[in-house]
Design a binder for this molecule. Structure first.
Ligand SMILES: [Zn+2]
Ligand SMILES: [Zn+2]
Length: 146
């Protein structure tokens, strides 16, 4: 007998671990990772150094170890961005009044079991790269689902 919380044999474990570059901050996301988006807005580009790919997970699914080492920078009225105070790794995009949080794809260790599904804010992308992976693009954000 296996309990319902254990992954099927051979499947990707429904627990995803990640960390910053120096290891002071570690985290675990429980459950599958929703398909990430890549944001090309100027804030994401400046903070990440290129563009920012993240997966939006329920805040209740994210456990952070070493949170004392996370510096939160409030980049707008409604959003704060979390990075490691020691090594500077970009880690979290936290919309303060929502129940989900964006977790940087680059911070995950090992296989993520997911795949990028959309590029957003492409109107603000840098001029030094092409987006040519065939993934859907939006100049700002996708229209709300009707
Ligand atoms: Zn670090
Ligand atoms: Zn952005």
């Amino acid at each position: 007998m296996t309990s319902a919380s254990e992954p099927e044999p051979g499947s990707i474990a429904a627990e995803h671990r990640g960390s910053c570059l120096c290891g002071a901050v570690r985290f675990t996301v429980t459950g599958d990772l929703p398909a990430p988006d890549a944001c090309h807005c100027s804030q994401c580009r400046k903070q990440s150094g290129h563009f920012f790919a993240s997966t939006d997970v329920p805040k209740s699914a994210l456990a952070i170890e070493g949170e004392a080492q996370v510096t939160w920078f409030q980049s707008s009225e409604k959003v704060r961005r979390g990075f490691c105070a020691v090594c500077g790794s970009t880690l979290f995009w936290d919309p303060l009044f929502r129940d989900w949080i964006g977790v940087a794809m680059g911070a995950f260790d090992g296989a993520t079991g997911t795949r990028l599904h959309v590029h957003i804010h492409t109107a603000a992308k840098g001029d030094y790269y092409l987006i040519a992976d065939g993934v859907e693009q939006f100049e700002t954000v996708p229209p709300p689902a009707s």
